[in-house]
Design a protein around this ligand. Structure first.
Ligand SMILES: *Cc1c(COP(=O)(O)O)cnc(C)c1O
Length: 285
């Protein structure tokens, strides 16, 4: 398995075992930055254009300098060439506000690509699915448009809350979380998009409703719609989860993970219920 490394936008490869950030980088001190997580498979970054578009959008929402797609593409080409085509890898794109001690007008963002192996636990999740719990997110789904400073549509490096929710789940014997809004509507997982299936219908909450616009969900929807599946973007109530044929968490590296148990109760799995895993694999091929 290749060892982890990072690539800077000048195309230089750096050993990931050596320190990299300045202590006064505003992402170190304040979590002030944005990121993307993409899957490398067969020596290429899957749906890289979608990740770059969302990185650019996240950067805009935080008032960071404009993302220069060509620089990131060139650096990603260096990274994937060094990684090879044999193993899957996790590619993180990281963009921070830069150093606090540098005057604002001279401040440069810190930008890097970090490539590392897919964790064993993630590979297991793809196969075995997860138990999940529902947790309150403490916001109303429609707050995103009224309160852009909450950065709900941006993939920011302030993920301590998301990680705390996962620890909260682990204490309850579950491996993942589905956030609900203050009215009981389904939002998303801490690192994934919720998709439920009923027959040949797929449903997911509207991406502008206080959640992140998932690139895996988008790729899946495009592929499935072309094959005659009814792909709907509409509000979901917490109760819709248990009534469906299947609850899935989709994201770039874990791909499609089935939720087999929700809040301690096994979910029903009718005969012939749709398996989203081959659909997501085909959508990404
Ligand atoms: C990254 C992420 C997702 C999944 O997005 P993909 O583009 O499919 O990987 C969903 N929700 C949150 C909060 C995330 O951070």
């Amino acid at each position: 398995m290749p060892a982890a490394f990072l690539v800077t936008l000048d195309g230089q490869i750096h050993d990931a075992a050596r320190p990299f950030f300045y202590v006064d980088d505003l992402t170190v001190l304040r979590g002030d930055g944005v990121f993307e997580t993409a899957l490398v498979r067969g020596g290429r970054v899957l749906k890289f254009d979608r990740h770059l578009a969302r990185l650019a959008d996240s950067a805009r929402r935080l008032g960071l300098p404009e993302v220069q797609a060509r620089q990131w593409e060139a650096a990603a080409a260096v990274a994937t060439a060094a990684w090879g085509a044999d193993e899957e890898g996790v590619l993180r794109l990281v963009l921070t506000r830069g150093r606090e001690s540098v005057a604002v007008e001279e401040r440069e963002p810190t930008a890097l690509l970090y490539l590392s192996p897919v964790p064993e636990a993630t590979l297991r999740r793809r196969e075995a699915g997860v138990g999940a719990i529902t947790l309150e997110r403490g916001i109303a789904a429609d707050i995103g448009a009224r309160a852009p400073w909450l950065l709900l549509g941006a993939k920011t490096l302030s993920y301590a809350m998301n990680m705390a929710a996962l620890r909260h789940a682990a204490e309850r014997g579950a491996q993942d979380v589905i956030f609900l809004d203050t009215t009981g509507r389904v939002l998303e997982g801490p690192t994934s998009t919720v998709v439920v299936t009923s027959g040949r219908t797929l449903r997911t909450p509207p991406p502008d409703d206080g959640i992140l616009d998932g690139t895996t969900m988008r790729a899946l929807y495009r592929h499935a719609a072309e094959r005659g599946y009814d792909c709907r973007i509409e509000p979901l109530a917490g109760g819709d989860l248990r009534a469906s044929d299947g609850v899935w968490l989709v994201s770039s590296v874990a791909l499609a993970t089935r939720v087999h148990t929700l809040d301690g109760e096994p979910l029903r799995r009718p005969e012939g219920a749709l398996d989203l895993r081959p659909l997501v694999d085909a959508a990404l091929a």
